[in-house]
Design a protein around this ligand. Structure first.
Ligand SMILES: C[S@@+](CC[C@H](N)C(=O)[O-])C[C@H]1O[C@@H](n2cnc3c(N)ncnc32)[C@H](O)[C@@H]1O
Length: 275
């Protein structure tokens, strides 16, 4: 089974089984689309035979195109980088100064992802990547097998960098779409939207709801994960053919869960229950 190549905030590994449980049993034969790709945890788990992936983050999407089309050069370049503080800041500056050849851009993104603090992708108001050096014992920057496997899976996949709603152009009746948007924050302090320069607010969630309705009318099957907050429940609960399931998250005793941004999540879907 393939694994994500990048670490990504909001990665959905822990929800994978819950999501697949909603899919029809013939899902491996269906075309699959993932418009908020990030690290693509579900995608790599599924290893779809055809479909599309998308993310608004253009450098992230450049990374996946290079991973698909030019994995050997990606491995060669990234293998030269060493895990040292000076090297980290030198490469971070180079990444921010840009523009770079696509393959070098992708190799540095991989390096920063593996050696930066917490594998965050964060940019400042000027669009500069500003994550500090991360402290690890001996981070594995280039996992050759993982890169090669991910590359082979991506060979059959269309890779786009557009807004999420463009999936309505690509998805056809019977296809499956998984939406994993930046969650609507639970409180003012939880910063779920710091993925990329543009935030993702309530208006975007309304647009996402319209996209789900459009797909439903076309006979496309979808699952969306989101936070269990009233505005999201209000958007979806009354729609014919949709259902909202709550997923309980693990919480440790005696801690303030909402401060850590850990909340229950919901899965919104139009998959028939008997699937
Ligand atoms: C929660 S993360 C997805 C995590 C992913 N499921 C994983 O397993 O790693 C949300 C992603 O949506 C992207 N994004 C934000 N706004 C978007 C938009 N309007 N259209 C498409 N992608 C967007 C972000 O760049 C981010 O990578």
């Amino acid at each position: 089974m393939a694994r994500p190549v990048l670490k990504w905030v909001g990665g959905k590994r822990r929800l994978i089984e819950e999501i697949i449980r909603l899919f029809p049993s013939d899902y491996p034969e269906r075309t699959y689309h993932e418009p908020f790709f990030g690290g693509g945890a579900l995608f790599f788990h599924l290893e779809p035979i055809r479909g599309s992936i998308n993310d608004v983050n253009k450098r992230l999407i450049n990374f996946y195109r290079v991973l698909r089309d030019n994995p050997d050069e990606l491995i060669e370049i990234a293998s030269k980088y060493t895990y040292e503080k000076d090297e980290y800041y030198r490469l971070r500056d180079r990444f921010n100064e840009g523009p770079l050849e696509d393959v070098e851009d992708a190799a540095i993104l991989l390096y920063l992802n593996k050696t930066g603090f917490n594998g965050l992708y964060r940019v400042n108001s000027k669009g500069e990547y500003n994550v500090p050096f991360g402290k690890y014992k001996s981070p594995r920057i280039v996992d050759v097998k993982r890169i090669q496997l991910a590359s082979s899976i991506l060979k059959k996949i269309e890779i786009n960098s557009e807004r999420f709603y463009s999936v309505a152009k690509y998805a056809k009746k019977g296809d499956i779409v998984y939406f994993d948007p930046p969650y609507l924050p639970v409180s003012d302090t939880s910063d779920f939207t710091a993925y990329s320069r543009a935030g993702f607010g309530y208006d975007d969630h309304m647009l996402l709801k319209d996209t789900c309705v459009e797909l439903h009318e076309k006979g496309v099957l979808f699952v969306q994960s989101n936070s269990h907050v009233q505005p999201i429940l209000d958007l979806y609960e009354a729609i014919d053919g949709f259902r909202v399931e709550t997923v309980q998250m693990n919480r440790s005793i005696n801690s303030n869960a909402s401060k850590r941004g850990e909340v229950n999540e919901v899965l919104i879907t139009n998959m028939p229950e008997s699937c």
